[in-house]
Design a protein around this ligand. Structure first.
Ligand SMILES: *Cc1c(COP(=O)(O)O)cnc(C)c1O
Length: 367
């Protein structure tokens, strides 16, 4: 039975920190032998880094990743002093010093970032820690093979800086049979032999489940912490971490031929009941769910009627008891009956996009 939700909000997002902690433990145990980090980019995938990061630190997690320097600066004070924060995008030009000031470790992705980091090391006369990222085939970020050759051709490179991690990222880890996985794994293995003694990391959430060959010294799950299924072809071993309940603003009867919503995409084929809820695409409830999405009223799955608006969605609630479709009544958009992955499938996207798109207008509860 859902609780009474805050009467002033259009919707309430509940984040289950216990579930996120349990998911981290499951990933840690699955990857036993490797360090299990946690990826906090995009405000912990939209769920609130300020709450999620300390919860995971309390569980024993000591290595965290953000995408941007700015995110790292905000994350650092939320964590114990012995935690490590890596910034995946490395230093934007001219920002190397910020990493030192804020106790962050850059992931260096190209020769210019390496040059800037080494220059700072020489200037401060300190071997500052950094991670190196290799491009093993995704062509998105990381050193190209020629960059690696050039780096290693200079024997002095480790005199300046201290490489503490070498890493790469998989393009197709959620498709276990995809040949790109093995190809990237082999390229990474070959590169690691050239960086002997430096810990390696290749695995995101999905790759944790690809087997020991992919886990190396450190795994970097993000999505799985937040309940997204890392192996879409199999049952999800992780717990759902979010629920989202929206409130009905108004209900009305329509007759045959009446249209509902922008573009008149829904035309009533007879007497219907329509309920309008106070959440829309400005809250991340994607417009591609128009005429396709669903909500739950108790156990009943009710379809979206027509287009998703900016701040509202119309539902066809014909046949639902009147006392469940009054203004203020709640409907479930995410929860045990409809997961983030379910919504993503209907919207034609992935759970990552649904989670990170969740808006800022909800009232948020942390359990
Ligand atoms: C986002 C990201 C991760 C985490 O990926 P998930 O699929 O969410 O587990 C790990 N490593 C890098 C480089 C990333 O960009």
């Amino acid at each position: 039975m859902p609780g009474v939700i805050d009467a002033r909000a259009g919707a309430v997002l509940s984040v289950d920190l216990q579930a996120i902690r349990a998911n981290w433990r499951l990933l840690r145990d699955t990857a036993a032998g490797a360090v299990c980090a946690a990826v906090m980019k995009a405000d912990a995938y939209g769920l609130g880094m300020a709450m999620v990061a300390p919860a995971l630190a309390g569980e024993g997690c000591r290595v965290f990743f953000t995408a941007h320097l700015d995110e790292g600066i905000r994350l650092r004070p939320l964590l114990p002093a012995d935690a490590t924060v890596y910034v995946l995008h490395g230093p934007p030009p001219g920002t190397a010093r910020d990493f030192v000031e804020h106790g962050l470790i850059p992931v260096l992705n190209d020769p210019a970032q390496i040059a800037e980091w080494r220059a700072l090391c020489r200037k401060l006369q300190r071997r500052l820690p950094a991670a190196l990222q290799f491009d093993t085939g995704m062509s998105r970020m990381g050193l190209a093979p020629a960059d690696v050759d050039r780096l290693l051709a200079d024997p002095a490179w480790q005199d300046d800086m201290k490489p503490v991690l070498v890493m790469s990222h998989l393009a197709c880890a959620d498709e276990p049979a995809h040949p790109v996985n093995a190809s990237q794994r082999e390229r990474f293995a070959a590169l690691r032999t050239r960086f002997a003694g430096i810990p390696g990391s290749l695995a995101n959430s999905s790759a944790v489940f690809l087997g020991r060959d992919y886990r190396h010294d450190l795994v970097r799950p993000g999505a799985a912490l937040y309940g997204i299924n890392p192996q879409p072809a199999l049952d999800n071993p992780l717990r759902q971490a979010v629920s989202l309940r929206a409130r009905i603003v108004q209900s009305r009867s329509v007759q045959a031929g009446d249209i509902v919503g922008y573009g008149a995409r829904y035309v009533a084929d007879g007497p219907r009941r329509i309920a309008t809820i106070g959440i829309g695409y400005a809250d991340g409830w994607l417009r591609s769910l128009s005429c396709r999405g669903h909500a739950y009223i108790d156990e009943v799955r009710v379809p979206f009627a027509g287009n998703v608006s900016m701040d509202s969605i119309t539902l066809d609630v014909t046949g639902i008891a009147e006392d469940r479709v009054q203004p203020g009544c709640e409907v479930e958009l995410l929860g045990s009956r409809q997961t983030v992955d379910d919504v993503a499938r209907e919207a034609g996207t992935i759970g990552y996009e649904v989670l990170t798109g969740l808006g800022s207008r909800f009232h948020r509860q942390y359990l």
